[in-house]
Design a binder for this molecule. Structure first.
Ligand code: FMN
Length: 339
């Protein structure tokens, strides 16, 4: 157990915020898989303050998600402070996180996301004002730099700490790298050593062994896992279990994977209605099908679906075919051994 401010976090596996993914449907699933902390997808400060209906819906939280962190995105102190106050007043979020890592030009052109990494003074200003405005712990999620010429991982993290941040999560890539190359866990270790507040390591943590190695190499309090949990929420349970016991749990069967995928779709329907949910689940279905033998042809058809029932039927067919292929492979293998 560790703490962010006075919020207790049960274990050392945090699920990363992912725009278009980390809504209540996904978050409740990974929470059931044992995530110590889940973070909401980024919410634009200005969209929130304009009461954009889609943005307000993003604030929907289920009670079982506690402790949840809501992430805000923006570049101006005034609107970030107002957005944080709005969240503190109107939601059950336990933690307010500030996005200082998003690399997308639409975001960085507005002085927000990873643009902060060029200017530790700007980090200090925004974080300190948000910290003063709310009585919930404020945390920062950042990358380790903008590019090679603007690379201040320790300075930016220290600016956030000095401003009163209660935890920092750092992705070991620069903005320039986007998702290329490898996340640098060695720089995360240097940042960890410079900080006195809790620190969470992020980037390329895909397996239980990665989680253990990243914790050992960086000395972080926890790991943050993003892409590895897409269509693969069990990896969170596998990581938590491995870190606690050293035992590696087996991957789920195709039937279990498909049943989780259908459950995810149903939760999305509850949250957003069938039309939007089916559209959003097209892409997510590919993640669930990854690695299932024979799934390639289903992926294309799934991407054209507009209704839930045919989508669910296709998922089930794909699961049965994958199981048949696996059984056949196993039979052939056993048979070969007998010869
Ligand atoms: C689809 C997607 C959406 C993302 N959205 C956000 C976001 O809203 N806020 C944020 O701070 N990071 C966001 N990220 C970055 C992740 O939180 C994480 O830092 C990054 O994926 C590296 O971790 P990983 O190697 O475990 O995926 C996003 C990443 C992906 C793949």
């Amino acid at each position: 157990m560790w703490k962010i401010g006075d919020v207790e976090i049960d274990n050392r596996v945090v699920v990363a915020p992912m725009a278009g993914v980390s809504n209540a449907a996904f978050r409740t699933i990974v929470k059931e898989q044992g995530a110590g902390l889940v973070v909401c997808e980024m919410i634009s400060d200005k969209a929130l303050l304009f009461h954009n209906p889609k943005t307000l819906k993003m604030l929907h939280i289920e009670p079982e998600e506690y402790p949840l962190s809501i992430q805000i995105l923006g570049g101006e102190t005034k609107t970030m402070v107002e957005a944080a106050k709005y969240i503190a007043k109107n939601t059950d979020a336990a933690i307010i996180d500030i996005n200082m890592g998003c690399p997308v030009p639409k975001v960085t052109n507005n002085e927000s996301g990873s643009k902060f990494l060029k200017n530790p003074d700007h980090i200090y200003e925004v974080v300190s004002q948000v910290v003063d405005a709310v009585d919930k712990p404020v945390t920062v999620k950042m990358r380790c730099g903008w590019d090679k010429a603007h690379y201040y991982p320790v300075e930016t993290a220290l600016a956030a700490q000095k401003a009163g941040a209660k935890m920092i999560a750092m992705h070991g890539r620069t903005r320039e790298q986007m998702y290329r190359g490898q996340a640098d866990w060695n720089i995360l270790k240097k940042v960890r050593e410079a900080l006195s507040i809790p620190f969470v390591a992020n980037g390329d943590i895909r397996t239980p062994i990665d989680a253990k190695n990243a914790l050992e190499i960086t000395g972080a309090d926890a790991v943050m896992v993003g892409r590895a949990a897409l269509g693969n929420p069990w990896v969170i349970h596998q990581m938590v279990h491995y870190l606690e016991t050293g035992e590696m749990l087996a991957d789920p069967s195709p039937a279990e994977k498909i049943s989780q995928a259908i459950d995810h779709l149903n939760r999305l329907i509850q949250l957003k209605g069938e039309e939007v949910a089916v559209k959003e689940f097209r892409k997510l279905s590919s993640y669930y099908l990854k690695g299932l033998p024979g799934s390639a042809k289903y992926k294309e058809t799934l991407h054209t679906q507009v209704e839930a029932i045919p989508m669910i039927q296709l998922l089930k067919q794909c699961g049965s075919e994958a199981q048949e292929r696996l059984d056949l492979r196993q039979y052939q293998l056993n048979h070969k051994n007998e010869e």
